[in-house]
Design a protein around this ligand. Structure first.
Ligand code: GAR
Length: 212
């Protein structure tokens, strides 16, 4: 890496998403990786790539707001152009989201606006959906909302289980998230209110990559 475009990645777990960003060799520098949980694989992956890491344990805080304030202070030490949520399993307070609006992105394993929240793979299977996927979006103050930039869409196959579906979706997430970070690092995306412009043209919906 070694570019002037700085990103900070937040995670809570295994960090396969972080790994995909590292391995994509984007025109961006991962300035830091921050986890709310100690001893997760995501931190080891960062250390392996010589990226500074921090653990901010949310259980040490009495309120979400207090945790988010310290998180914000920590992030801002790196003056990032972009904050990337990569399996960061925390609901963020409004002040935090407002502070980073337009500079905060998330990947959520569903075809948003469908299936916000947890256990998406199980829920789409229970509902008998033919299609599932994952969405990269700007974060706003509503859970799993905010303008969607790119989606990977794939069929649910006979014999799929929530676990097999999750694995298949993750392989596509590892393509679409670096793609969006690349767009942002190259300055191709601008956000005006809730409207997204790509290469100066207003987007009427997300770009969809079909893996049928
Ligand atoms: C990813 O599948 C991502 O879509 C999901 O967490 C996983 C993180 O995997 N995010 C959410 O569910 C956010 N609501 P990882 O820890 O291996 O990177």
């Amino acid at each position: 890496m070694g570019s002037d475009y700085r990103i900070v990645v937040l995670l809570s777990g295994s960090g396969t998403t972080l790994q995909s960003i590292i391995d994509s060799h984007l025109p961006a520098t991962i300035s830091a990786v921050i986890s709310n949980k100690a001893d997760v694989m995501g931190l080891s992956r960062a250390q392996e790539a010589a990226i500074p890491t921090h653990v901010l344990d949310h259980t040490a805080y009495s309120s979400r707001e207090a945790f988010d304030r310290d998180l914000q202070t920590l992030i801002d030490q790196y003056q990032p152009h972009l904050v990337v949520l990569a399996g960061f399993m925390r609901i963020l307070s409004d002040n935090f989201v407002d502070h980073y609006y337009g500079k905060l992105i998330n990947i959520h394993p569903s075809l948003l606006p469908k299936y916000k929240g947890m256990h998406t793979h199980q829920r789409v299977m229970d509902a008998g959906e033919p299609l599932h996927g994952s969405s990269v979006h700007f974060v706003n103050s509503e859970l799993d909302s905010g303008p969607v930039l790119l989606q990977a869409r794939l069929p649910i196959l006979p014999g799929d289980s929530p676990e097999s579906l999750e694995l298949r979706i993750k392989t596509k997430e590892h393509l679409i998230y670096p793609t969006v970070i690349n767009w942002l690092a190259e300055g191709r995306i601008t956000l005006k209110g809730e409207e997204v412009y790509m290469d100066g043209k207003k987007m009427t919906g997300p770009v969809v990559m079909d893996y049928m």
